[in-house]
Write a protein that binds this ligand. Structure first.
Ligand code: HEC
Length: 109
């Protein structure tokens, strides 16, 4: 009996964890929308800037990828993907930038 109780609470925790991850991804996408990132970026394929899937592919496995991307959003970036620079994204907090960076890195082509 005890075992069953323990297992079911484990399952509940696992389910909650999954729901939290999905909710976070949704939040990050909404954040990106609210910061007008989609004016210049598509989920995949070049718009003004590279697609989020292309960014994820380029930075996959790089050390400190999330911090690099978050810093690029906050301070601007140029020369990584092409001639077009990204201006610093005003109004992004560190935690929003980090959340969006993790979300971008989870995108697949
Ligand atoms: C005015 C157009 C524009 C807007 C708005 C914009 N970007 Fe960009 N972004 C670019 C361009 C252009 C590049 C490619 C820069 C380069 O080649 O280094 C880029 C590059 C990036 C990169 C890769 C950075 C790197 O280190 O190479 C990330 C991540 C990114 N953008 C995220 C965002 C997010 C998140 C937002 C919204 C908060 C946003 N961008 C808004 C144009 C834009």
């Amino acid at each position: 009996m005890n075992k069953i109780v323990r297992w079911s609470s484990l399952l509940a925790v696992a389910a909650l964890g999954f729901a939290a991850t999905a909710a976070q991804a949704q939040d990050a996408k909404e954040l990106a929308k609210s910061h007008a990132c989609f004016t210049c970026h598509a989920m995949a394929g070049t718009k003004v800037g590279p697609g989020f899937a292309e960014i994820a592919a380029k930075f996959a496995g790089k050390p400190n990828a999330a911090q690099t991307l978050a810093a690029a959003m906050e301070h601007g970036e140029n020369g990584t993907f092409g001639a077009m620079p990204m201006p610093a994204q005003a109004g992004l907090t560190d935690s929003d930038a980090k959340l969006i960076a993790d979300w971008i890195l989870s995108q697949k082509k």
